[in-house]
Design a protein around this ligand. Sequence first.
Ligand SMILES: Cc1ncc(COP(=O)(O)O)c(C=O)c1O
Length: 442
Amino acid sequence: MILPVTSEVGQNGHLVIGGNDVLKLREKYDTPLYILDIATIRNQCRSYRENFNFSDLDVGIIYAAKAFICTAMCELIAREGLGLDVSTGGELFIALASGFPAGRIYFHGNNKSVEEIQYGLKSKVGYFMVDNFSELETLGKLCQKNNIRQKIMLRINPGIKANTHEYMQTGKIGSKFGFSLHNNVALEEVKKAGQYKNLELTGIHAHIGSQIFNLSCYDKLIEVMLKFIKEVRDKLGVSITRINIGGGLGVKYIPEEKPPKIEDLARIVYDAVRKYQKKFDVSLDKLYLEPGRSIIGNAGVTLYKVGVVKKINGVKNYILIDGGMSDNIRPMLYQAKYDAYLANRMEDCKNTEDGMKKHYSIVGKHCESGDVIIDDIKLPPVSSGDFIVVAATGAFCYALSSNYNGQPKSAVVAVEDGKSWVWIKRQTYKDLVMGDVRLYEE
Ligand SMILES: Cc1ncc(COP(=O)(O)O)c(C=O)c1O
């Protein structure tokens, strides 16, 4: 099963996560409900730190907040000793509101406004991850004017097509992110960065995509980055000693998938660094990674109540749940696949003979035919009042959630050692009109 590490089945057949019967969680917090297992998040953070602990290569692990962010998550990440990648002023605000140390924040974003740049400077973020000429210029001038010294990394576009969904490829030729290595654009950028004396160019960054299973692209990426570092040294006499290779490690969403492990990534990355340092005669003093999905993805599940079970004879059996595309847009956005169980009848899911199971489509309550969470899944016969738990919804589900059809955002609840508490409150109907104003000004 693709469930958080603390998951088990209680004597009553209910799913238990972090020592909490999820049906009890339902009574307390209602559905739809995001449930996050703190032990799984901690495990993943520690696994990154342990597997990337090399005696001869310093590695920094930075959590990519875009996968899931709230103040509690930032607090947990701070306690686990990771850095934080934020990509907008809003994410920066959440991080700072949690008390996250600003020096461990890496400020990304491919179109930072002047206000966002000023906000980052005022907040004393550790690093600006500079995406383009205009950002470099604005940042350089502001630092000069205000006599601020700022560490930066330049995001390059390595021209590598990661083997994943095209919407999750971010480093191929023509991508909107970073400075292209073609036509010397990135080289020019390094030259330009040198003209701003208040900017300290500490390294280069690249992120080639997400939900990556074939890790050979990381070997290629490190080759491209170290080759570029050599070119910069040979042509400009500038020494760059740090690289940030982004995130991307895939996670398991459905039983057939076999994602690589963090230790596999660590081995590939370490070997590639050794190999290409030698080949290009360059040396690194630090490498960074920015995992998002692989930290939080498998820590989360979403619990739904089954409303109607609709049979269209000979065509489809629909399970209609009380959420849908407003809390999980990923199937609609990029045909993401999920697995699900009956949270109140876990034993039935396991023990019912295959021939007794039925094909179902799990669909949401929204006014779109594409509002499908799982198009085809085999489950024991399902009835109204059952509870569906969809696995691996920790990453990019709450983060991409919306109020479509006036659906209040679902609560996020954390579980650990038999306790549960709210990380993000469920929205109320009142929240839906909080920002609205009258037809005309009075
Ligand atoms: C710049 C950057 N770093 C890190 C990540 C995290 O990637 P993942 O969640 O696949 O680990 C992303 C995700 O899109 C990203 O854009």
